[in-house]
Design a protein around this ligand. Structure first.
Ligand SMILES: Nc1ncnc2c1ncn2[C@@H]1O[C@H](COP(=O)(O)OP(=O)(O)OP(=O)(O)O)[C@@H](O)[C@H]1O
Ligand SMILES: [Mg+2]
Length: 105
């Protein structure tokens, strides 16, 4: 499971990316994270796999507070976490379209 408890993220330059976020996903749950550009989607994902730590609140993955995870166990955390980006899916189909329309194929 993935649990956010009152999570905030302020970047070192003062940009507030997330403010008091609460969310909960159970194992096997299918969820979309949507929002305008700059609304904090990437920040949220980066907190889940501990690319960085929240400036406030707790991010819990599989029962573990990721901020308290010893650095050596971060690779194990990352093996548990995956997501699909709409952007990469679009890129793949765009590449397919370009290839099949190419005069060199
Ligand atoms: N390393 C950083 N330093 C400072 N501000 C940042 C940093 N990364 C992101 N931000 C800012 O944090 C906010 C959230 O950015 P984030 O990239 O998480 O949004 P997003 O929803 O993923 O946007 P997009 O849809 O364009 O990918 C934005 O205001 C962004 O400019
Ligand atoms: Mg993003």
């Amino acid at each position: 499971m993935i649990h956010f408890q009152d999570v905030s993220m302020v970047y070192p330059d003062g940009t507030k990316a997330l403010s008091s976020v609460d969310l909960h996903f159970e194992r096997g749950e299918f969820a979309f994270i949507t929002g305008a550009s700059g609304s904090g989607k990437s920040t949220l994902l980066e907190l889940i796999y501990r690319e960085m730590e929240p400036t406030g609140g707790e991010v819990i993955v599989d029962g573990q507070d990721v901020s308290k995870l010893p650095r050596g166990l971060v690779p194990l955390l990352r093996r548990k976490v995956g997501w699909s980006s709409r952007t990469s899916a679009c890129c793949r189909s765009a590449r397919c379209g370009k290839t099949s329309a190419s005069p060199w194929t």
